[in-house]
Ligand binder design. Structure first.
Ligand code: ATP
Length: 344
């Protein structure tokens, strides 16, 4: 069969974004030599750096390139420094690509210190609405409002993705809410999730208050399989889950819709370590494994996952995992572990 070539739009972004996406590109490029798919990369500008250079944090030509690519790899964007008058680039990217749910798996790895070794959870977070809908206004000189928009359509789409994930895993979905206070919005969200649950009789469905969910995620992560959450709750719970696991350096994610998808580490721009070449590249490399799976290259995704596992077992490791290696050294080790799999 002829080897496939995929075109990946890369939005390296700000802070450690360019460093970690470079590492993921090196790993993806190495697959061709091992007999796997080939990749071409179309680097595009987005984020605060793009805003400084061009006046737009998400230039229109970048969106056009992303839409024609096979997939999009994102580093991290410094959204905090972009003026409030500008559209928030990640939300704008999600709207442009019509991606509606972020999938964030967290598990423990042998050799990497984890707060709880028994965590193996995937958080499915609705990413288009909720408290991050971007509808904010001043209500007089001393008050301001943010609208928590919840729709049946977006809730149903996210729930659908959560149940599909659960079918591939341990077949349990926990929908999180704060219905005692948010009666209408979370009432609608849970109603949509319950409707979807009816179509998946083999999947256990439960609901939990978000605060109780956070507590149990820290104390007993093993009781969770897939957590379905609205935008802000999912944002916070996925950082909690990453901390309960091996930290942000090992937390990958994908953001999917019906047509397009993008892949990015859960972490942000990490300004405290940016430019030093010491960021853990594994979250982005694991995100590129999720991208491979999405492209139908499941065997190569598995090979990348196993190479990461081997490096975590045997080293080298970056500082966040107690090591002293650079991002480049860890990446070289992942590529070597991939090559080793091909020769045995
Ligand atoms: P942002 O505002 O872009 O979200 P942040 O610093 O608030 O940036 P993160 O970038 O997620 O949030 O970083 C949180 C902490 O985790 C920082 O101390 C950072 O150095 C650390 N961290 C994040 N990503 C990595 C990584 N890939 N490797 C090592 N440490 C990381």
């Amino acid at each position: 069969m002829p080897r496939k070539t995929y075109r990946i739009c890369v939005l390296a972004g700000d802070g450690i974004g360019p460093e970690v996406t470079d590492c993921a590109r090196r790993v993806l490029s190495s697959l061709e030599k091992a007999g796997g798919p080939a990749f071409t990369f179309d680097a595009q500008s987005a984020g605060y750096g793009a805003f400084e250079r061009s006046g737009s944090a998400l230039p229109a030509e970048m969106v056009a390139v992303a839409k024609t690519a096979d997939a999009v790899l994102v580093g991290a964007m410094d959204v905090a420094r972009i003026p409030a008058s500008e559209p928030e680039p990640l939300s704008a990217l999600r709207r442009a690509l019509d991606v509606h749910a972020s999938i964030r798996p967290v598990r423990a790895f042998t050799g990497a210190p984890a707060f709880r070794e028994n965590i193996d959870v995937t958080i499915v977070r609705e990413v288009t609405e909720g408290l991050y809908s971007g509808i904010e206004y001043a209500a007089g000189p001393d008050a301001a409002c943010a609208v928590r928009l919840i729709t049946r359509q977006a809730s149903t789409r996210a729930a659908e993705i959560a149940f599909r994930q659960a079918m591939e895993r341990r077949r349990k979905v926990t929908a999180v809410h704060k219905i005692g206070v948010l009666k209408l919005t979370d009432g609608l969200f849970l109603e949509a999730a319950r409707e979807v649950a009816k179509r998946y009789p083999d999947v256990e469905f439960e609901t939990r208050n978000v605060d109780a969910c956070a507590l149990e995620l820290v104390r007993h992560p093993e009781i969770f399989d897939v957590i379905l959450a609205t935008n802000v709750f999912g944002d916070i719970l996925s950082d909690v889950a990453a901390a309960v696991g091996c930290g942000l350096g090992l937390a990958p994610s994908s953001c999917v819709g019906d047509k397009w998808a993008y892949f990015e580490p859960v972490h942000g721009t990490a300004p405290d370590i940016a430019g030093k070449g010491i960021a853990d590249p594994l979250a982005t490399i694991l995100s590129s494994a999720m991208m491979l799976r999405h492209l139908g290259e499941g065997a190569w995704a598995g090979a990348v996952d196993r190479a990461v596992e081997a490096v975590l077992r045997d080293g080298p490791r970056t500082g966040d995992l107690g090591g002293r290696a650079t991002s480049a050294e860890v990446t070289t080790a992942v590529i070597a572990a991939l090559e080793k799999q091909m020769t045995v």
